[in-house]
Write a protein that binds this ligand. Structure first.
Ligand code: 4AZ
Length: 438
């Protein structure tokens, strides 16, 4: 019945159907339909591009160029010198300004000066530049973009350093070469994928703290172990063979053949294991006062630097940290007073405390000597503890890490008005050099 139209002839049917179809495909619907299809295709392409094409990787280049408006200084040849460090930072800041400002600014990762050498009236700079681009990009295309960005920036902006444009050379290097070049500098942290690790900002503690987030976060940390008795102390790698630690770690046993050192973020399994060939305890270490609590241990075989094993920088003897400077202490020590060693490395952010405050009668009442450095908090809570001894207290200066303290002593752990006491490394810079040549 419903299909039997009343009052229409057979011939009128097709027209009615035709009109209905015309209504369905009116221009608005057609436009909406087309838009929907385009959007779906767009999203699909976006997803595919994100996962397949936009897989970013680090592109590394060795850049060399001449700076004509500064004179070469003798100390530029010494990478630990203040002159080298300051000039390098200035150049790195300039590169950061050039590449961060440009349209592809988010693509710039990092720059590092490798070497400064003399040339006529100026200085030759060798540095690595790192960018993040889709892995499908070509090194040549990126090289051209980088060069163009630099030239444009030099034309428009005024920089304190004058780069001679014709001297600028950019050579693509693979990540292995880059690692080797970066290894010529201390105190640098890298992730496993060769990306630089950002500065830490966490406030966790070793006493009731957290494990370190990533492999390679504290690549200079070592565990000193007595064969048969396990972990005794922390230590810090300062070259391919030398570890810096505390003298009191060797109070019971100074026989190098009884000791081993391991590297990596866990004690078991370690990333690398080495035997110890030589132990040098400071001649004037006094166990009663903890004065000169510093020692060196030399590995029998060198360790090769990698993303998980790296040396920390030694500060110049002139380096001064004002009170309340943020520093980090790391170790496998206990998280409560008299607790067990931790298998996973832990970290804590603490703050330096002036010796005047630390020597107050209500704090350590004059026990802090010029060779010691206090760090922690007056309210307690965050601290190094037993088993962290010998380990590093480090300071981050523009992503380059310096060892400023060695975990030495303290009254218990994390108590109010009883901060951690560390060996003040700057005071022993010459002693370290006299024993190791570093
Ligand atoms: C220790 O016994 C020890 N709170 C190390 C560090 C501190 C206290 C004790 C600092 O090895």
């Amino acid at each position: 019945m419903m299909y039997a139209p009343v009052g229409f002839s057979e011939a009128e049917y097709p027209r009615v159907e035709y009109q209905r179809r015309q209504q369905f495909w009116d221009p608005i619907r057609l436009a909406l339909f087309t838009l929907t299809i385009v959007a779906i295709i767009g999203i699909a392409i976006g997803i595919v591009t994100h996962f397949v094409v936009e897989d970013d990787k680090a592109f590394c280049y060795l850049a060399s160029f001449k700076v004509t408006n500064i004179k070469y200084k003798e100390n530029y040849g010494m990478k630990s010198s203040r002159e080298f460090t300051e000039r390098s930072h200035q150049i790195e800041r300039m590169m950061s300004r050039i590449f961060r400002r440009s349209s592809g600014g988010g693509r710039f990762i990092k720059s590092h000066v490798i070497k400064l050498s003399p040339y006529e009236e100026g200085v030759n700079i060798f540095m690595v530049l790192m960018f993040r681009y889709p892995s499908s990009d070509s090194v040549e295309r990126i090289r051209k973009i980088v060069e163009r960005t630099l030239y444009q920036s030099l034309k428009i902006n005024q920089f304190p350093l004058t780069i001679s444009k014709p001297s600028f050379r950019l050579t693509p290097i693979d990540s292995r070469k880059m690692r080797n070049l970066l290894n010529s500098r201390c105190g640098i942290r890298m992730t496993l994928s060769n990306m630089p690790l950002p500065a830490s900002s966490s406030t966790e503690r070793i006493v009731q703290g957290r494990e370190t987030a990533m492999d390679g976060e504290w690549p200079w940390q070592a565990s000193l172990q007595l064969i048969g008795a396990g972990h005794q102390c922390g230590a810090s790698l300062i070259s391919n063979t030398w570890l810096l630690t505390a003298a009191h770690c060797f109070r019971k046993n100074k026989d190098p053949s009884q000791w081993i050192a391991t590297f990596g973020t866990t004690i078991t399994p370690p990333a690398i294991k080495r035997s110890v060939g030589k132990i040098i305890v400071h001649e004037n270490y006094y166990r009663d006062t903890n004065d000169n609590d510093i020692a060196l241990a030399q590995l029998t075989n060198r360790v090769e630097f990698s993303n998980v094993v790296q040396r920390v920088c030694l500060p110049d003897s002139s380096m001064k940290l004002p009170p309340k400077t943020s520093v980090f202490v790391t170790g496998f020590g206990s998280i409560v007073d008299d607790g067990p060693t931790q298998n996973k490395l832990r970290q804590a952010r603490v703050e330096t405390i002036g010796t005047d405050v630390c020597n107050r009668t209500d704090v350590y009442d004059g026990l802090i000597t010029p060779g010691m450095l206090c760090a922690g908090f007056m309210e307690g809570k965050v601290d190094a503890c037993k088993g962290d001894s010998g380990g590093p207290l480090v300071y981050d200066n523009r992503d380059i890490w310096y060892i400023v303290g060695i975990v030495s002593w303290g009254q218990s752990c994390a108590l109010p008005k009883r901060p951690g006491v560390y060996t003040r490394v700057t005071k022993y810079r010459d002693w370290i050099a006299s024993k190791t040549g570093i």
